[in-house]
Ligand binder design. Structure first.
Ligand SMILES: [Zn+2]
Length: 383
């Protein structure tokens, strides 16, 4: 039961509400939670459904690199939603990553999921895409370790949710993985084989993350300058969506690593409705740091110096700007108190910027009006 009408709703409810629409739901990784109020306010004003999420690396039982445990994250997101009075959102566990699949890792993962469920999460992304059998004789054999780990954890979540609905995202093809020729992309056959196998195991995910040419974080040129990300392979993404549809697999695509992709390109060329969830993470961190640079120059300089002192040695030959850009996320925990104790002017500026940028994302994603469609779907489902 929802304790409050502004508490998160099941991710599955949102996916049902937007099915067969040209809509991508934004999933915001709010590493510094201050941006959440601006995002929720924009969601409310544009009537857009939204996900709030953090990955395992960002938020775990020890606080991840953001300093937030699942309970802390949940409380901050709920508080922001209540302040703004926004109701159509899901609390999502992004990248519950499995890297080895051994007993110890699975056990730690179960503890994390338990904490997320106790904190009121309503949606989960199992990412066992690192598990790949390179000796497999066919696609099914190659994907077998991923299928096994994903099934095990999905069943665990289902059991722990005790009949409550939840959103489920799974992943095939490691995002950002490269070989000698560049980024490795997921093939339509792999996506179909993976989801079919999960169905056979009684697992029916709503959304599938694929490797389609994006990377997490910023994209750099050969000189280490941040550049636009133009690498998402749209024809391949459409081909995967079509293959899934042809096989009646009823699953949408999650686009990870959107930061840096021009929003006019998203607006005009992303296959909305094939892609149904769009993750935006680093972008929100940029909003905070861009604001701090002007409003809190002393704090900003301290963060910069700490990051460079800590990460310069491990990045020989790289420019300071790129070292800072790539590693400033690790300063969030170190400067946690300062980041959450900024004055009202700074907070207002961060939230206003998060608000304006969210408007542009919701527009580019075709999200306007999606919250009402979800509300309608909820009403129609009532007995
Ligand atoms: Zn991701």
């Amino acid at each position: 039961m929802k304790e409050n009408i502004y508490d998160p709703i099941p991710g599955s409810t949102i996916f049902r509400g937007i099915s067969n629409q040209k809509t991508i739901v934004m999933a915001a990784n709010t590493r510094i939670a201050t941006v959440a109020k601006g995002i929720f306010k924009a969601a409310k004003d544009t009537d857009s459904a939204v996900f709030m999420e953090l990955a395992r690396s960002e938020c775990d039982l020890k606080g991840g690199y953001t300093g937030l445990t699942p309970k802390d994250f949940s409380e901050r997101m709920k508080e922001a939603a209540r302040d703004v009075q926004f109701d159509i959102w899901a609390l999502h566990a992004d990248h519950i990553t499995i890297k080895t699949g051994d007993t110890k890792e699975i056990e730690g993962t179960r503890q994390l999921i338990d904490a997320q469920i106790n904190a009121g999460y309503t949606s989960f992304a199992i990412d066992a895409s690192h598990l790949f059998n390179f000796e497999g004789k066919n696609v099914r054999e190659e994907l077998e370790p991923n299928i096994r780990a994903t099934t095990e954890l999905a069943l665990f979540i289902k059991g722990r949710m005790k009949g409550r609905d939840f959103g489920l995202e799974v992943e095939v093809g490691e995002i950002g993985r490269k070989d000698g020729h560049g980024l490795i992309l997921t093939k339509p056959k792999e996506a179909v084989e993976f989801i079919s196998a999960l169905h056979e195991n009684g697992i029916h995910p709503h959304v599938l993350a694929i490797a389609n040419g994006s990377t997490h974080g910023h994209t750099y040129d050969e000189n280490g300058n941040v550049v636009e990300q133009l690498s998402i392979d749209i024809p391949q993404t459409k081909a995967i969506a079509q293959a899934l549809r042809d096989n009646n697999l009823n699953v949408g695509i999650a686009q990870h690593g959107i930061t840096g992709t021009p929003r006019d390109l998203i607006n005009l060329h992303f296959p909305k409705g094939d892609i149904i969830k769009g993750n935006v993470g680093t972008f929100w961190q940029d909003v905070v740091f861009t604001t701090l640079k002007v409003y809190q120059p002393v704090l900003y300089k301290e963060i910069q110096e700490w990051t460079l002192a800590k990460y310069r040695a491990a990045n020989p030959g790289k420019k300071d700007s790129q070292i800072f850009d790539g590693n400033c996320k690790f300063a969030i925990k170190e400067f946690f108190k300062d980041l959450y104790a900024v004055d009202e002017d700074t907070e207002n500026a961060i939230q206003a910027m998060a608000y304006a940028e969210s408007l542009v994302f919701f527009k580019a994603f075709g999200s306007y009006g999606s919250a009402s469609r979800v509300r309608k779907a909820v009403a129609n489902n009532r007995p």
